[in-house]
Write a protein that binds this ligand. Structure first.
Ligand code: AMP
Length: 114
């Protein structure tokens, strides 16, 4: 669980600005926010990328997105709209190899992303 900075945050070893947590996951503000709201939702379980997810993790994936919707409501961006993103591996720009969902909102977002 502690093999990456996010694993260490999940383990409570490294501080983060936590906005929601439960037994399965932790949601905290991104250190380098790309929008007024930029929260990362991570499972406590260490999974490097979306490629390593298996059937066993199906419920956990659902929980990540349920938490994203909950945090969006909490942040007051649910009605205006927001984006959830999972970057997988180098071409997508993944830099931390502990699965995470970006929750981004609070400003108009362009499409397609870069
Ligand atoms: P990704 O590029 O999809 O792997 O996203 C990693 C994200 O983690 C980036 O947006 C970073 O700004 C963010 N980040 C890295 N270290 C931390 C940290 N200690 N606390 C909060 N966010 C972080």
């Amino acid at each position: 669980m502690t093999d990456t900075i996010f694993g260490r945050i999940a383990a409570g070893e490294v501080p983060a600005d936590i906005v929601y947590e439960d037994e399965h996951l932790v949601a905290f503000r991104d250190l380098n926010p790309q929008a007024p709201t930029h929260v990362l939702i991570i499972p406590r379980k260490s999974i490097p990328t979306l490629n390593e997810v298996t059937d066993v993790d199906a419920e956990l994936l659902g929980r990540l997105f349920l938490a994203a919707a909950k945090v969006a409501e909490q942040e007051g961006i649910a009605e205006d709209g927001y984006r959830t993103v999972i970057n997988c591996n180098a071409s997508a720009g993944q830099s931390v190899y502990h699965l995470h969902v970006h929750l981004i909102g609070g400003r108009p977002l362009q499409w397609p992303p870069g």
